[in-house]
Design a protein around this ligand. Structure first.
Ligand code: FAD
Length: 386
């Protein structure tokens, strides 16, 4: 389908990637973002090969690689420091053409924004509803303004208003049982490995190292929702400060006010469709998942490329959205299930016997098992965008 117009609701990773993809196939795009200022908040993110290849298809892979740190070394440990599994970044690179990369979220956002022309992203505008009574056009209401387009991409995240409008009976996001505290270190710490996860009972500590020697760390805890700490960094120190190196050093390199704290929610009940009429859901709006596989943003990037490819090749919007739904829903929902399962087997596990059996299974697993697990979700070839 040649040249149409789209309003994209949400200027997160998913919305920006969709905007880049649609512009590459010749569509006119407006991204509407409710935040007045994109304040570059957030810690870090790791992108698996599927995310990196999606960025390549969008034409921003090189820029992201140049600003990201390849994750060659690391793995999964226990609080005393022993290894459960080692990551073999070289093997991953050989298998998939790229290692996992680690990048501060703010840098990734900036690179995605830089790939869009001025004026394409409208900030400080909150979409209140979408009117789809007309068959051929769709109207997006933002306060007093109305934007009209051939297609609306709902990339409005976990608490998507448009998802609720389209699927009013869907129960929406559910609390995962885990809460995450995370931060970027203030100065370089140069951890000995690029990436680590450490599992204790009902708790996980991890880090991702960046090109400039700084790192992001995250501490995940089983917790009732809504619990907050007067001094979040002190609480993390209390729980993780005696775990293996470099955990104490990472905490020492963190400013107390840099710690972000979020409860982790996900869409446990899968959506019955990712599209309705001329509205399509993408990213967390469609399939918010727990972060245990580091796949949420990668799946959003896959969505963006798949949507653009479908619109470029199918004769109508309806046909393109049907294809997008068929290609994206089963895959992203199966990754979401796997992420939930990974959380239960990893960070959330508390029973000593279960932990002992899991740890033994990890230690006895043949070399290459970690790589094969990662390949299961990261092996994905993007469709070409002409
Ligand atoms: C702790 C944690 C760690 C993670 N680590 C990784 C990782 O390492 N790798 C990975 O791939 N994924 C990771 N993820 C998942 C990843 O962060 C998300 O999947 C991804 O950011 C989702 O992007 P999105 O654009 O769909 O949604 P969002 O980033 O939530 O963007 C939605 C945007 O829409 C805007 N918006 C909402 N409503 C409206 C409205 N009505 N009008 C206008 N604008 C609106 C919001 O302001 C926001 O900017 C992690 C998630 C968490 C919680």
């Amino acid at each position: 389908m040649n040249g149409g117009s789209a309003v994209i609701v949400g200027g997160g990773i998913g919305g920006l990637a969709a905007a880049i993809g649609l512009r590459r196939i010749g569509w006119e795009v407006t991204v509407v973002e409710r935040a007045a200022v994109l304040d570059d908040a957030g810690a870090g993110i790791s992108l698996h090969a599927n995310g990196v290849h999606a960025l390549d298809a969008l034409g921003v892979g090189e820029a992201v690689r140049a600003a990201a740190r390849p994750q060659y070394t690391g793995g999964t440990r226990v609080p005393g420091g022993g290894w459960l599994a080692r990551m073999d970044g070289d093997a991953l690179e050989r298998a998939l053409g790229t290692p996992i990369v680690g990048i501060p979220r703010a840098v990734l956002h900036r690179l995605l924004r830089a790939a869009l022309p001025p004026g394409c992203l409208v900030t400080g505008a909150e979409v209140t509803s979408v009117d789809r009574s007309e068959h051929t056009r769709v109207r997006v209401h933002t306060g007093d303004d109305v934007l009209e387009a051939d297609l609306v991409v709902a990339a409005d995240g976990l608490n998507s208003r448009l998802r609720t409008q389209l699927f009013p009976h869907h129960p929406g996001p559910a609390y995962s049982g885990s809460t995450v505290l995370r931060a970027l270190t203030e100065h370089p710490v140069e951890p000995a490995t690029d990436f680590e996860l450490t599992w204790g009972p009902g708790a996980e500590f991890g880090h991702i190292a960046f090109v400039d020697g700084r790192a992001e760390w995250h501490a995940v805890l089983n917790s009732p929702p809504g619990v907050r700490y007067a001094d979040a960094l002190a609480e993390v120190r209390r729980r993780f400060g005696d775990w293996h190196d470099p955990i104490p050093a990472l905490l020492d390199a963190t400013r107390p006010d840099a710690v972000l704290h979020h409860d982790i929610h996900e869409l446990v009940t899968p959506l019955p469709a990712f599209a309705a009429g001329r509205i399509v859901l993408l990213g967390d709006a469609a399939h918010a998942m727990t972060p245990n596989l580091g796949q949420g943003a990668c799946q959003a990037l896959e969505d963006a490329v798949t949507l653009a490819a479908a619109l470029a090749t199918e004769p109508t919007v309806a046909a393109a959205l049907a294809r997008y739904d068929a290609e994206r829903r089963p895959r992203s929902q199966s990754v979401a299930r796997a992420a939930r399962q990974a959380g239960r087997m990893g960070q959330q596990m508390t029973h000593p016997l279960g932990i002992a059996v899991r740890n033994l299974a990890f230690r006895l697993a043949p070399s290459g098992a970690t790589v094969r697990t990662i390949l299961r979700h990261a092996a994905w070839t993007p469709p070409a965008l002409s």
